[in-house]
Design a protein. Structure first.
Ligand code: FAD
Length: 482
């Protein structure tokens, strides 16, 4: 009899419960599947595939060095892989860590579940995040999270088991599947993750809580661990353990920033919990009273301008061009991009969310869709915050350095007008050789007018009895865990 370890979004050997379990078996096949359906969706990009590719290479090398074992990588439909394996070998158990991904992934899991049942194979699932699976109790959530993260990390154990090599795999040509490219992207793999954590804890975290909001400073002062957490090349428990040691034992650290960072790690699991409790938030409003609000107002030219960084609002466009070129953006700027799309442009979050999931290397449905709904006002329970992109521009990029870097059309615009280039007088345009709406577009909307219009529309629903009644159910299900 043979067991299978199915690596999914847990691409590491250490602190991996499924791996610890399986190395005690007699005979094991270690597998990873690039599911053809999942990776060919247009929400998956070069950023994700390259990150996975790096991580698999790292994992394969470590397996080879430490266990003389090989990782069998398949590029096929998941069900085909399991059909093939269950016909060729006598499979007893399949071990894997749970994943909390979109409906498409859930449907594949449902089909696998049926196949395993039919073949008499047991699917043994572990949990790698601090969430409540069966005993859901909001009152004990935080306590349970702390218990989960304080559990000791087991060292890697030696194994006598026979690791089966099933087939050879040439790493897939990502460029062939996705023809987008980028000069900059984040590297995957456990080594890269550990290096990031070390540099963040040793020095980069200083003033994190103040530097995280500006798009320029946040690039190095945020941890940048999000894609590693999403693909499991590092464990949340490991991050929290090392963070606690730092906070408790060292004097020359910025404790306020580290505490603020720790809070965000708990938020990560809080949002995964929300998605586990209600996966429908991927495609329907959390509060159904907001149904019908934006569905019929889709405006393709506004959507295209937003997607391509050509709205005429320099800070919005710089942020969009930045995320498209790097695969990452800080929290505040993500929130601003979404708020602008959902309010001033009145676009449905179901369309805009798919565009950004392609460019977020760290795309994590539980966080992504909750945040999209929060920033679009469709939860009915969060404060309505409509970001003013002009104010954000003055606050977060006072000298326009970030704008000039990402919008070369505005290189010569002086500091005083970089946030609102439409205020250039004809004489200034002539002097600088700039013609508003020529090199760079004029604003596609009137910010003040559209902000007011959006606020009125959202409040009309929010104050209705129907919306207020439904909000109570949302609070009961999703409000912050105690
Ligand atoms: C519209 C929108 C969509 C988002 N989509 C995603 C997504 O798909 N994947 C994702 O990981 N984050 C998402 N975020 C949250 C946040 O922007 C990113 O986690 C953060 O920018 C990642 O960079 P970092 O690892 O350097 O963060 P750090 O500031 O160093 O934070 C450390 C970790 O804490 C967690 N975290 C931080 N902020 C949040 C938050 N607000 N909610 C939940 N967890 C948080 C992440 O796991 C992050 O890696 C989204 C935010 C918004 C507003």
């Amino acid at each position: 009899m043979t067991d299978i370890l199915w690596f999914r979004n847990d691409l590491r050997l250490y602190d991996n419960e499924s791996f610890s379990r399986v190395v005690k078996s007699n005979s094991v096949i270690l597998i990873y599947i690039y599911d053809k359906t999942l990776i060919n969706r247009n929400t998956v990009s070069f950023y994700h595939l390259k990150f996975i590719d790096d991580s698999l290479k790292d994992l394969s090398n470590e397996l080879n060095e430490k266990y003389n074992a090989s990782l069998n990588i398949y590029y096929d439909h998941t069900l085909n892989v399991f059909r093939h394996l269950s016909e060729k070998y006598q499979i007893k158990n399949i071990f894997s860590n749970r994943v909390y991904k979109e409906r498409a992934s859930q449907l594949i899991d449902n089909d696998c579940e049926k196949l395993f049942l039919f073949k008499g194979i047991e699917w043994v699932k572990s949990n790698q995040f601090g969430i409540q699976i069966s005993h859901r109790n909001r009152k004990t959530w935080s306590k349970d999270w702390r218990m989960f993260t304080s559990k000791k990390i087991k060292p890697l154990i030696k194994s006598e088991c026979n690791f089966i090599h099933d087939h050879n795999f040439e790493f897939i040509d990502v460029g062939r599947i996705k023809n987008d490219e980028s000069k900059y992207r984040q590297s995957g793999g456990t080594k890269a993750a550990k290096n990031l954590l070390s540099s963040f804890l040793s020095s980069r975290h200083q003033n994190y809580q103040f530097l995280m909001s500006s798009p320029s400073s946040s690039e190095s002062s945020c941890s940048r661990l999000s894609p590693h957490i999403a693909y499991g090349t590092i464990s949340i428990r490991d991050i929290v353990t090392r963070l606690n040691l730092k906070i408790e034992n060292e004097n020359n650290v910025d404790k306020k920033s580290l505490t603020s960072f720790k809070k965000r790690l708990a938020w990560h699991c809080h949002f995964i919990q929300k998605f586990y409790d209600e996966p429908a938030i991927e495609y329907q409003n959390m509060n159904r009273a907001y149904d019908g609000l934006r569905e019929d107002s889709f405006n393709e030219s506004k959507f295209n301008a937003w997607k391509t960084g050509l709205t005429g609002f320099p800070f919005i466009d710089a942020c969009m061009r930045f995320v498209r070129s790097t695969g990452w953006l800080n929290f505040r700027m993500r929130a601003m991009l979404v708020s602008f799309a959902s309010y001033q442009l009145w676009l449905d979050w179901r369309l805009t969310s798919k565009h950004l999931s392609k460019y977020f290397t760290d795309y994590e449905p539980g966080i992504h869709y909750s945040q999209f709904q929060m920033q679009s006002g469709t939860t009915g329970i969060n404060t309505i915050r409509i970001y003013n992109p002009i104010k954000q521009s003055y606050d977060q990029d006072p000298h326009g350095e970030f704008i000039r870097k990402w919008i070369p059309e505005l290189t010569d615009v002086p500091d005083s007008l970089i946030h609102e280039p439409w205020r250039l007088s004809p004489a200034e345009e002539l002097d600088l050789g700039i013609k508003s709406g020529n090199n760079y577009p004029s604003p596609i909307i009137d910010n003040g007018l559209e902000t007011k219009r959006a606020r009125d529309k959202i409040w009309e629903v929010r104050k209705s009895k129907y919306a207020r009644d439904l909000s109570i159910a949302v609070v009961n299900k999703h409000a912050s865990n105690k």
